[in-house]
Design a protein. Structure first.
Length: 333
């Protein structure tokens, strides 16, 4: 079964509108709620000290249309009223994230006279994108020769396997692709997710998107490479997977049939994949799948290789060239 047909099994994640959290106290039991659902957007992962402007929307006063906005955060002691009920403005709040790595919450309230306020709360995680801080155990060869992409300054660690020089970490070229969970802060850790059409153009000069045959050689296949196109390669996943942790949580969480050795130093991480729909992305398969485009294609579909969390195999499948998004590794020409 194709991976794209397993979307309903993934943990779909979107940083779009979330349901509001309605809260009453005893004095407000008889008051009606404001109309709508309050929402605002903020990335799931951010950098220390990063500043965002949060714009609330979705709440309305059934009588006058006017609402006010108040904001709270778990690291600031004071609330911040950004708009009184009858004042002009959109109630936007500019906030600077803490300098300390950790999980925090932001809550926005919409209020109006004679109505019960409605609210929305978002979890935000401050991370450090440097190697071996928020992400540990990736087994990157930081002491050996690395590549700095002249286009945007991104750094890639390198490994030689099967006679080829591979990038150890996922491509995060900023000129295309999308950030994991809409969070550019984790680009250096998890890479970006690309459509096939983007992937075939994304590698820096002197590097290219690997073919199915090159993935087969990486996995240890030494003969009859054409016959491996589109075929499952058994008993190899553990040699490609990194026993990594993100913020202390194990990324490959369940693998009784897989002995993770990362022998090839490919350092695969289970970032999952994404689908484009109506100009937005849904993210699926986190902690279950590591998915990588190949340069091979069949009509409107590109071929990709993937690892599933509890199978010791390197699988092959196909995805729409324009809407399916996967990770990219580049190989030196």
């Amino acid at each position: 079964m194709k991976l794209r047909n397993l979307l309903i099994l993934g943990a779909a994640v979107s940083m779009l509108v979330l349901p509001s959290c309605h809260k009453k106290d005893e004095d407000e039991e008889s008051l009606p709620f404001l109309d709508g659902s309050l929402s605002f957007s903020v990335p799931a992962y951010v950098l220390p000290g990063e500043t965002f402007t949060l714009v609330p929307s979705g709440a309305s006063n059934p009588t006058t249309g006017n609402v006010g906005y108040v904001w709270y955060s778990s690291w600031l002691t004071a609330r911040d009223t950004t708009k009184k009920e009858t004042a002009a403005g959109d109630g936007a709040w500019t906030v600077t994230m803490p300098a300390v790595i950790g999980m925090y919450t932001i809550t926005g309230y919409a209020y109006a006279t004679d109505y019960t306020p409605i609210s929305s709360t978002k979890d935000v995680c401050v991370i450090d994108p440097e190697v071996n801080v928020s992400l540990t155990g990736a087994d990157y060869q930081t002491d050996s020769v690395s590549l700095k992409d002249p286009r945007d300054g991104a750094t890639y660690y390198l490994t030689t396997s099967g006679g080829k020089v591979w990038m150890q970490n996922n491509l995060y070229y900023s000129g295309s692709g999308v950030s994991y969970l809409y969070s550019p802060a984790v680009d250096p850790l998890f890479g970006r997710l690309y459509t096939w059409e983007e992937a075939v153009k994304a590698c820096p000069e002197g590097w290219h998107l690997p073919s199915e045959a090159e993935f087969a050689v990486l996995a240890g296949v030494q003969e009859d490479l054409p016959a491996m196109r589109g075929q499952t390669i058994n008993d190899v996943a553990g040699s490609l997977m990194a026993n990594a942790y993100f913020l202390g949580d194990k990324l490959w969480t369940f693998w009784p049939a897989v002995n993770i050795t990362n022998k090839t130093k490919f350092s695969a991480l289970p970032i999952g994949y994404a689908m484009d729909r109506d100009g937005l992305q849904t993210y699926n398969g986190q902690k279950n799948y590591a998915v990588f485009w190949t340069s091979d294609e069949e009509g409107d579909e590109g071929l990709y290789r993937y690892i599933y969390v509890d199978k010791n195999s390197l699988f092959s499948s196909k995805g729409d060239k324009k809407s399916f998004r996967a990770s990219v590794r580049c190989v030196k020409d």
